[in-house]
Design a binder for this molecule. Structure first.
Ligand code: NAP
Length: 335
């Protein structure tokens, strides 16, 4: 049995209708059926959808596991619970929620059906655009810094690429856990934003001398480095770690040459991190901790720009061809 208000209604969604990588392969459809709800699922009426680089990798056909077409893009979203399946126990109709890692139905749609363990309460203190900015960025930052990086209070952390969605989440998280944080960005606005989120020092990764400045003082090496562009920075990261330090690979857009010898003496580690490889236990733990972070106030997503549903393709372009990140890109799905 399913309880709720709009089970038979029709809705609007963005959908890929032609092969990935083709021009104009996404269109907005109206009057489509609302997704069917299974027992342990929650139907969410979405107001906002978070844009992530992975949406663009899929759209361009350059992603390892491409979904079948027709495909509704968007992995993160926020809105109101509209109906609950009979086996779903955590939510009731009308609850404010955010959701992440949709598999079958994406969030560029007025409704999505989600397994309830991918749906989380959204406090009144955050609006729906901020709710849609939580999922992948905050979950990834938590997993990278605390589960993979094993960072602890007092550690020195470099967030290499701190002005984007994951980077800002990582800065907020690391400060909330009592770490010293150095962040990088590529523009003056980005640097200012990273500082405003609590970073203790900032460097411009487009300034040709920033790496020399970072390497100059051996006292200021890092326990943990969160790396958003490993293909550019990994070789340098190996020289920036303290003995036993960890560099976590979050973002990578190609191959890189490194000197593994840099890791031998200090016995440092380079560790891969993929949110989609999380175990159910990791997923639940991260969900609980991020939900606590909303209540305690350290989860404060910064929204850079909001697009209309018909402009979602522009958002997919902008997230990859950014001239300087300043937080999150979000699509408004409905008023
Ligand atoms: P985003 O919002 O577009 O941010 C990209 C960040 O990379 C910005 O801070 C940007 O800084 C920075 N950057 C640009 N050039 C850089 C350089 N030379 N060195 C260091 N940083 C540089 O993207 P996001 O959502 O935060 O995601 C960041 C990366 O992580 C992407 O590659 C994404 O695909 C990946 N990711 C991976 C996972 C996972 O599970 N492993 C999960 C989420 C995201 P400026 O724009 O200020 O130059």
């Amino acid at each position: 049995m399913i309880s709720g208000s709009r089970m038979s209604s029709r809705a609007m969604r963005a959908v890929y209708v032609r092969k990935f990588g083709a021009v104009d392969q996404m269109k907005v459809e109206e009057n489509v059926a609302v997704p069917k709800l299974e027992d342990k699922q929650v139907l969410v009426k979405l107001y906002a959808s978070g844009v992530n680089p992975v949406d663009t990798y899929i759209r361009s056909g350059q992603y390892g596991k491409l979904p079948t077409i027709p495909y509704v893009p968007g992995k993160d979203g926020a809105g109101l619970v509209d109906a609950v399946g009979s086996g779903a126990t955590r939510f009731k109709v009308g609850d404010r929620v955010f959701c992440s890692q949709t598999v079958r139905y994406g969030t560029l749609a007025e409704f999505t059906a989600m397994d309830e363990d991918h749906v989380f309460p959204l406090a009144d203190s955050l609006d729906f655009a901020q709710g849609a900015a939580i999922g992948i960025p905050y979950f990834t930052a938590y997993k990278a810094l605390l589960l993979k990086g094993r960072a602890k209070k007092g550690d020195r952390v470099l967030v290499h690429g701190a002005s984007g969605s994951v980077g800002l989440a990582a800065v907020q998280l690391a400060k909330a856990y009592g770490m010293t944080v150095v962040g990088t960005a590529g523009t003056a606005e980005g640097l200012e934003l990273v500082s405003s989120q609590g970073a203790d020092a900032v460097y411009n990764h487009r300034d040709s001398s920033y790496m020399d400045k970072l390497k100059k003082n051996p006292e200021t090496k890092f326990d943990v480095i969160l790396e958003m562009l490993s293909n550019v920075n990994l070789g340098h990261d190996l020289e920036l770690m303290k003995p036993k330090g960890r560099t976590i690979i979050i973002g990578c857009r190609g191959p890189v040459t490194i000197n593994p010898r840099d890791m031998m003496g200090p016995e440092t580690e380079v560790i891969g991190c993929a949110l989609f490889s999380s175990t159910p236990e990791e997923w639940n733990l991260i969900g609980e901790r991020v939900a606590e972070g909303i209540s305690s106030g350290w989860v404060k997503p910064v929204i850079n720009k909001i697009y209309d549903l018909h402009k979602a393709g522009e958002a997919h372009h902008d997230v990859i061809h950014s001239t300087g990140a300043k937080g999150k890109l979000v699509v408004r799905v409905q008023e």
